[in-house]
Design a binder for this molecule. Structure first.
Ligand SMILES: Nc1nc2c(ncn2[C@@H]2O[C@H](COP(=O)(O)OP(=O)(O)OP(=O)(O)O)[C@@H](O)[C@H]2O)c(=O)[nH]1
Ligand SMILES: [Mg+2]
Length: 321
């Protein structure tokens, strides 16, 4: 029986042959296996791919033991007001989400394991930019650096595919990351990460019931966002949700005697005080600050504030030294 392999199989095979890293090769083998149509005519090929994969896994293990490291280490330098890392199982829609939120053009594929390296885009939220990082899929063979990316992030977007078993997938994700001491739920012991659970492919027929029961079960412990594609109003809400979950504020500085210009904000962590902001902006400010004046939409119109006054998003501040 002929195998009738789809064209993408040969594209992946080319990448597989060209890959230099063992882990990269393993990812391509997984993609190849996923791209093979499952019928009698391809059984031999499937078995060959599986054998190659287990040999590669052995090689990776051996190398890990001797070298004490898992090969290449990918890090993404932080840019903008915060770094948000997209996490999820294969084919859940991570790259699609990156493309929706930013102007990046990440490769989207109908088969799993399309993404094998981090890809970065910048989300424009009002007057600031937030860095969004798309990642390779989370799975039992995932490289150690993927967990490093999760750990280093300011916020995780956990993508779940509504065509799949939502609670089972979510449990799988938790087990995989918990094994690396990363946790999503407050109150757990370990490295707790702020996260938003993004439910993807919600327009899929029959998924509404599963979505509702998932939300009911988990909403008290997690932020959950059902993500309807192509709805610009919802996209704005998701952007706002990301901004709020980052727990940051935008502060505008005003020069004495000059009008307010709400441009180029300085981004701080929520809870920052006047004196902390002053110190960040200019170290002399901290030493010499006499007082500050504040303008905002909740009633301040140039009144003096104390050094320990806690700033809020959108505040305009004028330092007097
Ligand atoms: N119907 C529907 N399909 C979607 C949605 N988001 C993604 N897809 C489809 O799901 C498939 C996988 O999308 P990707 O964005 O490549 O998924 P991924 O999580 O990046 O996949 P890997 O990189 O392989 O882990 C593609 O065929 C997308 O077109 C969605 O909201 N609705
Ligand atoms: Mg992808």
């Amino acid at each position: 029986m002929p195998a009738n392999l789809p064209p993408q199989y040969f594209e992946i095979e080319k990448k597989y042959r060209e890959a230099k890293e063992l882990r990269e090769k393993l990812v391509y083998l997984q993609q190849l296996l996923a791209a093979v149509p499952k019928h009698k005519g391809t059984e031999k090929l499937q078995a060959e791919l599986k054998t190659k994969m287990s040999k590669l896994r052995e090689q990776i293990k051996k190398r890990k033991r001797s070298a004490g490291s898992g090969g290449s280490w990918f890090q993404v330098e932080k840019q903008g007001a915060g770094q948000v890392v997209i996490m999820g199982l294969p084919n859940s829609g991570k790259s699609t989400l990156l493309n929706t939120l930013t102007n990046a053009h990440a490769e989207v594929g109908i088969y799993p394991f399309t993404t094998n390296l981090p890809k970065v885009g910048m989300l424009e939220y009002e007057d600031i930019k937030i860095q969004i990082v798309d990642t390779p899929p989370l799975h039992p063979e995932a490289p150690a650096w993927l967990f490093g990316l999760y750990r280093n992030s300011d916020l995780l977007l956990v993508v779940l595919d509504c065509r799949s078993d939502l609670p089972a997938d979510f449990q799988k994700i938790n087990e995989l990351i918990n094994g690396h001491n990363i946790f999503l739920k407050k109150g757990e012991f370990g490295d707790i990460k702020d996260a938003i659970i993004v439910l993807n492919k919600i327009e899929t027929e029959g998924s509404q019931e599963h979505i509702n029961s998932f939300i009911k079960k988990y909403q008290s412990d997690y932020k959950i966002f059902p993500n309807p594609v192509n709805e610009s109003s919802q996209l704005l809400i998701l952007k706002r949700t990301i901004f709020e979950a980052l727990n940051i504020i935008r502060i505008y500085t005003k020069k004495i005697g000059k009008p307010i210009v709400k441009e180029d904000p300085v981004v701080f962590k929520n809870g920052t005080t006047v004196i902390e902001a002053a110190e960040y902006i200019h170290k002399d400010f901290k030493k010499n600050l006499k007082f500050a004046r504040l303008w905002n939409e909740s009633g301040y119109n140039g009144q003096r504030v104390e050094k320990n006054y806690t700033l809020a998003d959108g505040d305009v501040i004028e330092f007097h030294i």
